[in-house]
Design a protein. Sequence first.
Lengths: 282, 131
Amino acid sequence: MANIVTGIGTSHVPSVGAVIDNGKEQDPYWKPLFDGYQPARDWIQDNMPDVAIVVYNDHASAFGLNLIPTFTLGVAEEFPPADEGYGPRKVPTAVGDPDLAWHLAESLILDEFDMTIANEMSVDHGCTVPLSIMFDKPEQWPCKIIPLCVNVIQYPPPTGKRCFDLGKAIRKAVEAYDKDIKVAIFGTGGMSHQLQGERAGLVNAEFDQSFLDRLTTDPVGLTKIPHVEYMREAGSEGIELVMWLIMRGAMGDDASETYKFYHVPASNTGAGLIVLEDGSQK
Amino acid sequence: MNREYRDIPGTYVMDGQHCRKGYHLNMFCMSLNKAENRDEFRKDEAAYLEKFKLTDEQKTAVLERDWLGMLRLGGNIYYTFKLAIFDGRSMQFVGGAMSDVTEEEFRQMMVSGGRPVEGNRSKKEQEQSNG
């Protein structure tokens, strides 16, 4: 039986990818962020999953406004890095796990989550930056990757509760998979940030830190946050945090926090990182 | 439909209406994902824009790099930022341009913890406190 053993929550700020690509981690501006990432990077080396399901949003790279699927599951053999306007990031092509991905797609749809299935999809910084944050700059990513892309750009994104419930269905599906493998799930995006308009630059550290705490103490409470509250309190792009609730839903009720870190700013964003471990694994 | 989010100041929510208004503007921006399109746009910006069904106002906003104007005309920041990437501009530059400060001032605001949420939650609240 397969198990979801690890949940990672992390921001996916594009400039963090650029810093890693250019080896600027020790610059005074970035050092505190990377010092904060290091314990999670060390931890994952000793707790390497076989497959990582990476929940993220595409930023006008693989998807435009011509077609806006709410949940898209990547079932391809591989996912190349996207050209977002300055050439593709020089990171490895993500190797997929079509067998598990198709199992997930079929299970989720029969479990009443109407997934869009992607046989071809490039992945942008939303997916590749979390991999760089956790795995640094390897020749190949150390595990297989299943991208799960969520629309959070076109209003309305799925609700926090819908995301949490999707996470629970993912857990059920993974546990029904016949191979004995370890699966991690990444919930990415956020934390508080607003990139647009006269209110650009909004950060709400109090909101973010409370969100990080409640991931373990009160996840069901988090599923009740309405969209307008995310936008008001955490900035219009802070609404990306609903994606963390897919990760949280996929962890067991008794998941515990192994590591947590928060830093302002990473570019225009409040940057958080959390590592959750499944209760039954300890 | 509850549109309570319209009370949030300085924020252009990408709802259905906004998407309809800015569809072609945003899809022009997205076209810059392709290197050959970037080359063509670089050669003659105005001519390249003719390939898309932009309004005259939208064309002007693009050519003048009116970052706030583009949002008001239906742009979405993830799309319009493609144009900033094309120009080699940072998110701090664009953030500053939209909030009327310099790139350096914007960067300093972020280093100091970002724009506070206090006083920036609600248009109604702002109007009341301005008496």
